[in-house]
Design a protein around this ligand. Structure first.
Ligand code: CTP
Ligand code: MG
Length: 227
C-alpha cells in the first residue's frame, strides 16, 4: 500500500510569537525541515500545507498545498491532494520524530485502519476552577489511569480519514487531531507508544527545550544513520 506523509504547517504560531512556526529554526534547521526529513525515508511522497503566500524552503523535499483557517481544514486540503492508500499526518511543530515510531504507526494503521502515537499520562491531572484555583477538583477526582496524551504521527487508511473529515465538515464538528474524528464516527484507533522527544513546540519554553535537545538529537542521527 502506498503511503504519503501529510504535514500541516499552515499555522500562525501565535503562542510562540515568532511568526509562522513551521519556519522557525532550531540549531540551523526549520521545524518543518526537520519533520519532513524524518518522514521522507518511510513514505512515497511528502505533502505540506503552508500558509497562503508562503513557499517551501529549498531544503524541504516535499510538495506544497495551501492550508486552511484551521488545522482540520489544512489536513483536509492535504488529504484531497494525494491518492495514497495510507496517510501519515504529522505536525510540523514536532521536529524530533524517531524512525521507530513512524514504522510502528504505519504498521498499526495498515492493520487497524487508524493509529496514533501517544504516551501514558505521568502527571496528576486537575481541572481548574473559574479563577484558576482547583481545590475540591484535585487529582483523585480526575484519575490518570488509562489516560494517554496523544501525539503525532497519526496513520490512517485514506478513505477512512476522508469519510471522517467529510462527516465532521457536514456536522460543523471541530477536533484538534485526526484520530479524534475517526473515534467520533465509531472507528477503532490503535495507540502506539510515542516518545517524550515528540513534544509539540507550542510555547517559548518548548522552543528552549528544542534548542537544548537539537545538538544531542542531531549527533545521534548522524552517528546512527537515522534516529
Ligand atoms: N496548522 C495548520 N493550519 C492551521 C493551523 C495549524 O496546518 N490553520 C498546523 C500548524 O502549522 C502545526 C500543527 O497544525 O504544525 C499544530 O498546530 P499548533 O501547534 O496549534 O500550531 P499553530 O496553530 O501555528 O500555533 P498557535 O495555535 O499557537 O497559533
Ligand atoms: Mg493552533
Amino acid at each position: 500500500m502506498r503511503v504519503a506523509a501529510l504535514i500541516p504547517a499552515a499555522g500562525s504560531g501565535t503562542r510562540l510569537g515568532l511568526g509562522p512556526k513551521a519556519f522557525v529554526e532550531v540549531a540551523g534547521r526549520s521545524l518543518l525541515g526537520r519533520s519532513a526529513a524524518a518522514l521522507a525515508p518511510h513514505v512515497a511522497e511528502v505533502l505540506v500545507a503552508l500558509p497562503a503566500g508562503l513557499d517551501l524552503p529549498g531544503d524541504v523535499p516535499a510538495r506544497a498545498v495551501t492550508g486552511g483557517d484551521t488545522r482540520q481544514a489544512s489536513v483536509l486540503a492535504l488529504l484531497r491532494a494525494t491518492d495514497a492508500e495510507v496517510v501519515l499526518v504529522h505536525d510540523a511543530a514536532r521536529p524530533f520524530l524517531p524512525g521507530a515510531v513512524v514504522g510502528a504507526v504505519i504498521a498499526a494503521a495498515r492493520e487497524v485502519g487508524a493509529a496514533t502515537a501517544a504516551l501514558p499520562v505521568a502527571d496528576t491531572l486537575v481541572r481548574a476552577g473559574p479563577g484558576g484555583d482547583c481545590g475540591t477538583l484535585w487529582g483523585t477526582l480526575t484519575p490518570r489511569e488509562g489516560l494517554w496524551a496523544v501525539q503525532t504521527p497519526q496513520g490512517f487508511r485514506r478513505d477512512l480519514l476522508l469519510a471522517a473529515h467529510g462527516a465532521a465538515l457536514a456536522d460543523g464538528f471541530a477536533a484538534t487531531d485526526d484520530a479524534g474524528l475517526i473515534a467520533r464516527t465509531g472507528g477503532a484507533v490503535r495507540l502506539v507508544p510515542g516518545d517524550a522527544r515528540l513534544f509539540k513546540v507550542t510555547t517559548p519554553g518548548d522552543l528552549a527545550l528544542a534548542q537544548a535537545l537539537a545538538p544531542v538529537w542531531d549527533a545521534q542521527v548522524w552517528d546512527a544513520g537515522g534516529a
